[in-house]
Ligand binder design. Structure first.
Ligand SMILES: [Cu+2]
Length: 326
């Protein structure tokens, strides 16, 4: 039986999102899970972003292949294989980010060695069959590409949005504070030959030095981050899809006024201990008694770290919780 693990405040307060793996259900009986990896369902945006010569051009497209904005959309899961799946209970789903190659696309870092504590550019390309760099992406959750970086002990979580150069090279300033082996997970929907391919790829980054791994924090249901008290209610299970509710209170103890961030009231990135398997879950479009409600089922037994990103007064915060699923 799963239990919530205690938790320490997250080391960083970057935003989060993206995902694959965990399944998330819609309302009640028939839980329809849209894996937006596959067919981006654009409720509001319906646009595909073309990045050309450093300029971004929004192009109206057919709504059925539109980009993605979760505002008002049913809750769903990002999935690595790009399929659209209907879930009515608790079927297993794959996690993403475990491979540098998937669906014919490859993540090729220009640099993967970093110096502890120093801000350095992280650059990489996404290449298609034949080796050509992909330069066209769909906008999903307001961004053409989302990047989650975390050390393999699930500390040092960061959610970044790299910018693409005209030749398809993505770049972002990255500071890895401590030595160790890190995982960089890129979540995006490439457009190759007019076809959308949603995929989540992962690659290792290294920081030389004396690595002191940190154990997963103990179980708790409430953590404090940036002065906000975040309460976590729910019990992730493998057999059934379970609700996960996040409640945020301000320093004064009163409910914080949550703002949409990247198209939703919050984003939940779930990372698995042992292989850094990556799952991204989006909440129901409306708050439930002030709480952000997610639906998810663990892809398997194990220990996980849940990173909940939320925005208050224009600033993004991250609360992290541990969870054990047996
Ligand atoms: Cu993002």
């Amino acid at each position: 039986m799963p239990e919530l693990l205690e938790d320490a405040p997250p080391a960083d307060t970057q935003a989060a999102e993206r995902g694959a793996g965990f399944k998330l259900a819609a309302f009640g009986a028939v839980l329809v899970v849209v894996l937006f990896a596959g067919y981006g369902i654009g409720r509001l945006n319906n646009s595909v972003e073309k990045v050309q010569n450093n300029s971004v051009e929004k192009v109206r497209t057919n709504p059925t292949m539109a980009s993605h904005d979760d505002t008002g959309a049913a809750p769903h899961v990002h999935n690595a294989d790009g399929t659209v799946t209907q879930v009515s209970g608790g079927s297993a789903q794959s996690v993403g980010g475990l491979s540098v190659t998937a669906s014919g696309l490859t993540l090729q870092p220009v640099t993967s060695a970093f110096t502890a504590g120093r801000t350095q550019p992280l650059r990489f390309k996404i290449t298609a069959a034949g080796g050509a760099a992909v330069t066209t992406y769909a906008v999903v959750h307001d961004k053409p590409l989302h990047l989650v970086v975390v050390r393999r002990d699930l500390t040092g979580y960061q959610h970044l949005h790299p910018v693409m150069a005209p030749d398809g090279t993505w770049g972002v300033d990255l500071r890895l504070a401590q030595p160790g082996s890190y995982r960089a997970v890129a979540d995006f929907t490439a457009i190759v030959g007019g076809q959308q391919t949603p995929v989540t790829l992962g690659v290792d980054l290294t920081v030389a030095g004396n690595y002191a791994p940190v154990g997963l924090p103990a179980p708790v249901t409430e953590v404090t981050t940036d002065g906000f008290s975040v309460q976590y209610a729910g019990t992730p299970q493998t057999a059934t899809t379970q609700p996960i509710l996040m409640t945020v209170r301000g320093p004064d103890g009163r409910p914080a006024t949550l703002e949409p961030y990247l198209g939703a009231y919050g984003h939940l990135v779930v990372l698995r201990e042992g292989d850094v398997g990556y799952v991204h879950v989006h909440p129901e479009p409306q708050l439930t008694d002030g709480a952000v409600k997610f639906w998810l089922a663990a892809p398997g037994p194990g220990r996980y770290r849940l990173f909940f990103d939320f925005q208050v007064a224009g600033k993004i915060h991250t609360a992290a919780f541990s969870a054990v699923v047996s």
